[in-house]
Design a binder for this molecule. Structure first.
Ligand code: SF4
Length: 361
């Protein structure tokens, strides 16, 4: 049985960040208990049906569940789908200190992803985050003390009042905390968020400044030893997220929990944004997945790009000549590069990846 990824969505947060459109609710311990029980039942009901080599608890804020519930979930996943090689839990700086990381590590946890966003407390306040940089540094210390060194930190680009110098400081802050992996996302104003309603009054940098911040981030991260491997993801050698690579390489994954998405057997499906729907096992079909165009679009998010051999192995035919011709036409723009191995986007190309990918397809 080919191993797949397991994603478990924990849809709870202590408050709502004004820019966030992930599904999460503010609730109480009894709901955490009920949700954990339902997840465990679901995992056990699928016992032996899948083998997983990566497990990822995302949210929301999985750390809010606390050590005992997380350990029970880790055990259930391991008993039902086998021991995974990479097991990640997302935490935030304010709830992480309540966790017992050595106990979690004993139950299989070996990677932690923390939403830091910035090391500048003023930027954090503008983002509506409920922690300081010092709290984040303290939490990272506890994670390491618990024996987990594979730590990923999230940064955000394009925050109100962010400057090149404050961004460099945030990157250096992560490097000094010895993060193995850094995700640097450009702030997007998503419909339905508080930021969206206030978008005309937010003091956000203009598009050109955001592009400059992105290029600076790529350069500074490289200088600090983080190799870019995806549009927004950077890692010390060997610390790329194996779980997230499955998404970009169009490999299978099972998503459990409210709002979790799955890709199994060529079909995409998901549980809607509702605890009740998850409890009642309601899923929605999202159509076929893993087709040629989707594969190419996702591969081009990676710095390795669209690898000719890998495509041919998967689809039993070479990359369409039309794609190669379009890529050749784009060469003078310096948004793309073509080698004997494949086609990939440059840093400038990543900044307008949607347009570049559409023109290739
Ligand atoms: S950004 Fe993270 S902590 Fe904030 S509301 Fe969204 S999921 Fe919760």
């Amino acid at each position: 049985m080919k191993p797949i990824g397991l994603y478990i969505h924990i849809p709870f947060c202590s408050g709502k960040c004004p820019y966030c459109d992930f599904y999460s609710v503010k609730t109480n311990e009894s709901v955490y208990d009920e949700y954990t029980e339902q997840l465990i039942n679901k995992i056990r009901s699928l016992r032996g049906k899948y083998r997983t080599d990566t497990v990822y608890f995302g949210g929301g804020t999985p750390s809010l569940l606390g050590t005992e519930r997380l350990c029970r979930l880790l055990d259930a996943a391991c008993e039902s789908f086998g021991k995974a090689e990479e097991v990640t839990v997302e935490v935030n700086p304010e709830s992480a200190p309540a966790l017992d990381f050595s106990k979690l590590a004993a139950h299989g946890l070996n990677r932690v992803s923390m939403g830091l966003q910035s090391s500048d407390d003023r930027e954090l306040a503008l983002l509506g985050r409920r922690h300081t940089a010092e709290q984040a540094a303290y939490a990272v210390g506890l994670i390491k003390k618990g024996g987990i060194s594979n730590i990923s930190l999230d940064l955000m680009l394009g925050i109100g009042e962010q400057t090149q110098s404050s961004l460099e400081k945030s990157i250096d802050f992560c490097a000094e905390l010895e993060a193995a992996h850094i995700s640097a996302y450009i702030l997007k104003i998503e419909e339905g968020t508080l930021y969206y309603r206030r978008k005309d009054t937010l003091p956000l940098p203009d598009e050109d400044s955001v592009c400059d911040l992105y290029e600076l981030a790529v350069k500074r991260l490289e200088e600090r030893g983080y190799r870019q491997y995806e549009i927004s993801n950077f890692a010390k050698p060997g610390f790329e997220s194996r779980h997230n690579l499955k998404y970009w390489r169009c490999e299978e994954y099972l998503g459990l929990g409210a709002a979790a998405h799955s890709f199994i057997g060529g079909r995409r499906f998901y549980c809607t944004r509702s605890l009740e729907d998850f409890y009642r096992d309601v899923t929605a079909d999202d159509g076929e997945g893993g087709g040629k165009d989707e594969y190419i679009a996702l591969a081009l998010r990676l710095t390795e790009g669209l690898v000719f051999d890998r495509y041919e192995k998967r689809f039993g035919e070479p990359v369409p000549q039309s794609v190669i011709n379009s890529a050749q036409q784009l060469l003078p723009t310096k948004l793309i590069r073509i080698t004997d191995e494949g086609i990939s986007l440059t840093v400038k190309g990543f900044l307008c990846s949607n347009a570049v990918i559409s023109s290739l397809l």
